[in-house]
Design a binder for this molecule. Sequence first.
Ligand code: CIZ
Length: 335
Amino acid sequence: MNTSFVDQQQAQKIEQQFKKAKKLLLSKNVALIAHYFVDGSIQDLAEDTGGFVGDSLEMAKFGASSDADILIVAGVHFMGETTKILSPNKTILMPTLEATCSLVTSCDINEFKHFKAQYPDHTVVVYANTSVEVKAEADWVATSSIAIPLIEHLQETNQKILWAPDKYLGSYLKKTTGADMVIWQGACIVHEEFKAKAIKDLKKHYPDAAILVHPESPAEVIEMADFIGSSSQMIKAAQSLNNKAFILASDAGLRHKLEQLMPEKLFIEAAQGGTSATCRSCSRCPWMGMNNLERLINSLEHGRNEITLNEEIRQKAFIPLQKMIDFSDSLKSSC
Ligand code: CIZ
């Protein structure tokens, strides 16, 4: 069998699954909410059926404002949880419930409570990439797109901050804002692997490329960046910068939207392994990769993989999450 025949078969299969999933979404009035890091076919399906593609903050906001009674969230588990926290009366499905996140697993609730107890005078800010139980212990939730203005806002009243779980984002926030912060030591297995030396070597081949870096990356990679930001902020930066080429230090799933919006520009995956070494995650979150059309169809057909939460914990987690959304809305209205 030659490769092009296999590719053709695969393309046909995806096309059939796409049509089937589209029919199911429309006939059952289900809104598909997808993250930028999932497979491009799922992102296209969301946009083709009146759903949404975005970062976790935008996904949560869309879910809360959607008229659909059933939402299916293509991303990692905490994104489904966040949607349920904000929309408790909606049915929230996911293509799989197994898609976790290394930041979530690095922040066990009991260890987190113990950590928090050591800093009773600190304001607790947790990244969106946490479990509902950890969010329930927080004063604020933050995503990468809003973390800097939020920390600056807390600094205005001289608050000491406990940040969890991403150590690289935490250090970046501390350095950028000068805030008094204690930081949990978790990391994202994709962003942690970007290597400054290997990116420097790559840059020699593409001297005019701008380097876009997600702040979950190590400090020496952040230092090389022409732009630092969340997925949606990197898209906007690539649109506004004049460069024709970009080195992307983030999940490669983002290339789908970048290339769709800017077909004339070149997006190169930043190096992870370095010379003579192999990469581990290879710029792809393995859990985001668990989202596929087959699993999505299965969930839609049988109502499988529903997110359910303990109501008392959900209500506690709602408070810091809603505070973040209100804060984000206040920033927009003051612009
Ligand atoms: O906040 C998100 O959606 C994550 C996890 C990454 C990003 O920058 O969009």
